[in-house]
Design a protein around this ligand. Sequence first.
Ligand code: SF4
Length: 448
Amino acid sequence: MPRADGGLLAELLQRGVSRRSFVKFCAAMTATLALPASYTPRIVAAVAAAPRVPVIWIRGQGCGGDGEALLRVVNPTISEFLLQFLSIDYLETLMVPSGSDASATLEAILAKHRDGYLAIVEGSVPTADRGAWWTVGGRPIREVIREVSAGAIGTIAVGSCAFDGGLSAAAGAASGAVGVGQVVQGRLVSLPGCPVNPWNLGATIIHFLTFKELPATDAGGRPLFAYGPLIHNECERRAHFEFGEFVQAWGDEGAQKGWCLYRMGCKGPQTFANCASVGFDAGTSWPIKAGAVCIGCTMPAFWDSMSPFSRRLPSPVPFFPDVTVDQVGQVAVAGIAGVAGLHAVGSYIRAKRQGAERRKRALAPPVPAAVPVPEAAPAAEPVAVPEPAAAPAPAEPPNEAEPAAEPPSVAEPAAQPAPAEPPAPAEPPVPRTAAPDIEPRPADGGER
Ligand code: SF4
């Protein structure tokens, strides 16, 4: 990263900013980063020596409200710091060139800051129809974001659309919008919000300059210092929630007295952000302080998951509106871990018992040898029952002229075989069901 002579503090002093104001700014940033006050001198030293940070700000599919939020910071000291602190070389909302001139400007800036710059992206990235929903210089914005992010020392996705697609990815949207994190590799942090809080953007950059790394994030890539607190826990109307003092209708007595907006659909109990402690407009106000409900704009897919904004969401635990989904998940994980622990202990005890039983059996006296039992005499060979010499030839009726060719009697097949006449091999066997056609020969051998 290029380093200007004298650093940022020297440049600010030249512009008439007092050192006292500079230290107050750094102390406020320390508090925003949720760091102890003892870190302030370290941040003062890091920021004072830092050069202006070159920034390329790319606008994706969205309303442009995040850039507007940065430019319209009302406190002149803060806006001075942010705009002097950042050297925003490319931001379509501000710059004069347009069309092909804007594309040429971007190429020139990329070439100028080959040794490092900061990429900031607002808006979503359309993926449907080969990205035709949002192009810059005839190129899908996805290509531009990838090119700019590839040469950056870090990429910051600002606003809810850059976080996960935002409104462009809500139910019914057609552009296939996704967040910047789905098209960019490398160091990336996301600062969701509709719009982003510029104070969190400044704190993220100062963290990088002071500690040479981006701040710790949650699973969604959001810095924990800004998206760790639960709004409901830091809300100035929380006492009214505890006392059961709720606004029941817009403009009623409760609304005039600043009571809790939970029954008007406030999503503060489900939303993680530092809005209550940092505020907007230089900390002068924020939505709930101004009398509006929190709509959960820092949460994933909030256009679908938090709407309708004017109605309460069903609580994950009936009768316990204070309990969050995260807490339910923590209890579930703890329960599963407990069951797994009990199973492990039970398995250990069972293995111990089985080992003890094996050792007990091994140490037991040997069992006397068993008395040999004489082998039983082999069973007598069963008397083979002679098969009938041959099945009668039922197809051939008995020939009265040749009585010797008569088949043996069915009633006494073994006792009176017909030795003189072997069975006719040529005759196929005939099922016995055909036998009833043949009457047995009378015992006296007479003719029937
Ligand atoms: S429900 Fe909303 S207004 Fe009420 S205490 Fe929680 S965050 Fe504040």
